[in-house]
Design a protein around this ligand. Structure first.
Ligand code: FES
Ligand SMILES: [Fe+2]
Length: 421
């Protein structure tokens, strides 16, 4: 789907919009963690023990995460550049919540539960552009603003209205939503703090170093693309949140020498590094075999220092800022042991779309596919061991140098969930 220049520019401005959700989601009453789990997890990193095995497969644990993490907080679920024009619509699924993102005539994006108000049919099954949203079961039809427009033949042949219905009360149920960068965030229970307050620590860390206004989206298939991993969502995040495994798992990578953990309380965990421009080209695959190279952020070109900062915005969004491109990825749970991974890549200036950079964009895609292919095996094997690890009560441990951010991520998960004796 092509983005017009006007909406592309508008898309990169900081925007926030919120609407209270009329439907409440009750807090989980499950107790997936015990006080002794928390005591072990909250030790200093070198002595701490990680989340128990059941955290990665147990339906009760997952149910608690659905309510207390994925409904209660802001969660990145989609990309504004996927719906550039009025009427553009895309279904998204996160932790059992079936949602629709649709671009409005005023340029904003609204989110609704993807559920017909008649008898609960799933309304939108594929990305597209619509003038209205029509249920395929009995043809109830909604405007893109969510209002119920038509109920054909509901009162008999060619009798299209029921007098007792209050049509204004049968709109699609809106979900509180907002946008940062190209990422559309939703808050299903409508009770989280404002999105701009939540995201402020991320902006404060990223934007002084990376000028996000300079980048624009490449084709969605560029870079890391989209795929499913048959593992718990936390295994995908934990797999990226440390550089410890790099030289052991990934042929292309060495350990970063200048590696700093980035801890943003319960908002983000991650890491950053600095390199020479030449080293950065190798690390992030930004120089093609024909010698052409992706442009750096101008400030880094001037200083000769290439910065990288990878922030895992809790719970499941990764914002990867490199010297030559930005990548945003969403790790969306589809069940206790299934995660849908989707990402978009953004390049500086015309490197996002210009033909002379196509080879570089293609090589970036090949490079990241290889990286994810290499991660896939260890992730599956760790997932496969979680049940026996739980049965044997075998704790996991952390490297204090490489896994302080991973430790912070697990502590944040635990802090959101109910605890029992
Ligand atoms: S379920 Fe949608 S119109 Fe009947
Ligand atoms: Fe990896």
């Amino acid at each position: 789907m092509k983005m017009s220049a006007g909406t592309a520019r508008a898309g990169w401005r900081w925007r926030r919009r919120s609407t209270m959700n009329v439907h409440d989601v009750s807090k989980s009453e499950l107790n997936p963690l015990f006080h002794h789990d928390i005591e072990k997890l909250n030790r200093r990193t070198s002595l701490a023990e990680g989340l128990p095995g059941r955290a990665y497969y147990d339906p009760a644990f997952y149910e608690a995460e659905r309510k207390d993490i994925f409904a209660a907080g802001w969660v990145g679920v989609g990309f504004a550049s996927d719906v550039p024009n009025a009427g553009d619509i895309v279904p998204v699924s996160v932790a059992g919540y079936e949602l629709i993102l649709v671009r409005q005539k005023d340029g904003s994006i609204k989110c609704y539960h993807n559920i017909c108000r008649h008898r609960g049919m799933k309304l939108v099954k594929a990305k597209g552009n619509v003038r209205s949203i029509r249920c395929s079961y009995h043809c109830w039809t909604y405007g893109i603003d969510g209002g119920l427009l038509a109920t054909p033949s509901i009162a008999g042949v060619n009798e299209n209205r029921v007098d007792d219905f209050d049509y204004s009360d049968l709109s699609l149920v809106e979900v509180r939503s907002g946008q940062y960068f190209d990422i559309v965030f939703v808050n299903v229970d409508g009770k989280a703090i404002p999105l701009d307050d939540f995201i402020k620590p991320v902006r404060d860390r990223v934007e002084p170093v990376f000028d996000l206004s300079l980048v624009s989206p490449a084709d969605p298939a560029t870079g890391r693309g989209s795929r499913d991993f048959p593992v718990n969502w936390k295994i995908v995040l934990e797999g990226g949140i440390e550089d410890y495994h790099l030289p052991f798992v990934h042929k292309a990578f060495d350990h970063s020498k200048d590696y700093t953990s980035e801890i943003g309380g319960e908002v983000y965990s991650g890491f950053s590094s600095r390199r020479s421009l030449e080293e950065a080209q190798k690390r992030y695959a930004t120089k093609a075999t024909d010698g052409n190279a992706l442009p750096f952020f101008p400030s880094m070109e001037e200083s000769g220092v290439a910065h990288a900062c990878i922030l895992f915005i809790f719970p499941a969004t990764i914002l990867t800022c490199t010297p030559s491109y930005i990548s945003a990825s969403l790790q969306l749970p589809r069940g206790p042991e299934l995660t849908h991974y989707t990402s978009r890549t953004y390049f500086i200036g015309d490197a996002a779309t210009a033909p002379e950079y196509k080879k570089l964009r293609d090589e970036n895609t090949i490079y990241w596919k290889q990286v994810l292919d290499e991660d896939d095996g260890p992730w599956r094997e760790v997932q496969a061991m979680t049940r026996i690890r739980e049965e044997l009560n075998l704790p996991s441990r952390f490297s204090p140098h490489w896994e302080a951010a991973l430790h912070n991520f697990q502590k944040t998960v635990a802090a959101k969930l109910p605890v029992t004796d």
